[in-house]
Design a binder for this molecule. Structure first.
Ligand code: FAD
Length: 261
């Protein structure tokens, strides 16, 4: 047990359960809680669903997300309740999209229930999306949006600004996005690094904060023990190596299914 615990902490793995929990909470709670979705909100929702349907790795190539995307595509306005119904019926029809009821977080598990979980899941989901977008192993390179290197960041920006339940987080994120010129990103690799850097800025700001899980301290990621070559001898980042590291960690092929270590 003790060995399991420590090996869990020293690994830096990506788990399917965490990605699915984040996706499920985003769809069934955050989006579904909106009173009405129209105008800019509808645009944000469409962009998000297009990116998810193309790049989120559902098991057995389930078309759940494509179905939801295609229904929403045809609407100008929806209530959160209508969206919730759509998600529910689609989940029933396409069953099993997820493996049963919501499961315990693994990589995003906090030392108590008040720590980590969903916000952690949302971060790793967006890192996973930027990376696999950059790896270009997607099924649908013909879609015009996939030629725009900012497509995934735009979807994230719209999602966070419109649906993310933590209003303070959203305000911070949009300010930072503006200041660090999120939409000036010129390649898909730059988009991966933009999000990595943005996340590290958030980690630095929250280091030592009340919200920090004492068993999962905010670090400048990745830790030196996980990627010794990611830092130069003078401790500055070697971005080429960071990019390489992120492209392995967040690659679909690295996803762990269900087991703890
Ligand atoms: P998280 O920061 O959630 O990270 C999740 C996992 O991502 C880590 O375990 C690690 O494996 C990996 N990771 C960490 N850093 C990087 C990186 N730089 N690049 C790639 N992968 C990385 N909370 C607040 O209290 N105030 C805020 O203003 C705030 N803003 C937020 C904005 C956004 C957009 C999001 C998604 C969350 C925000 N949060 C904020 C929540 C906060 O960032 C953490 O998600 C939460 O505290 C849980 O932290 P965690 O230890 O699980 O690690």
């Amino acid at each position: 047990e003790e060995q399991l615990q420590s090996s869990k902490n020293i690994n830096d793995y990506l788990y399917q359960i965490d990605l699915e929990n984040a996706l499920r909470y985003s769809i069934n709670h955050e989006i579904s809680l909106m009173k009405s979705i129209d105008g800019e909100k509808m645009k944000a929702l469409r962009k998000y669903l297009v990116v998810l349907a193309t790049y989120f790795p559902l098991r057995r190539n389930n078309v759940y997300l494509e179905v939801i995307r295609d229904v929403v595509e045809k609407k100008n306005t929806m209530t959160g309740e209508e969206f919730s119904q759509l998600a529910k019926t689609t989940e029933e029809e396409m069953s099993p999209v997820y493996s049963g009821a919501p499961r315990q977080w693994i990589g995003c598990k906090g030392s108590t229930d008040s720590y980590r979980g969903y916000p952690c899941g949302l971060w790793i989901m967006f890192h996973m999306l930027t990376v696999n977008f950059a790896l270009e192993r997607n099924k649908d390179v013909t879609q015009t949006f996939s030629r725009n290197p900012t497509a995934v960041l735009r979807a994230m920006h719209g999602y966070i600004g419109t649906f993310f339940g933590c209003a303070d987080c959203a305000t911070h994120f949009l300010e930072m996005a503006d200041k660090n010129k999120i939409f000036d990103v010129r390649s898909k690799d730059e988009a991966v690094l933009w999000l990595w850097q943005a996340h590290n800025r958030v980690n630095a700001r929250l280091s030592g904060d009340d919200t920090e899980d004492p068993e999962h301290k905010k670090i400048q990621y990745p830790a030196a023990e996980h990627c010794p070559v990611c830092r130069h001898v003078n401790n500055s980042w070697n971005e080429e190596e960071v990019l390489r590291y992120l492209k392995v960690k967040y690659d679909y092929n690295s996803i762990k299914f269900d087991e703890i270590s």
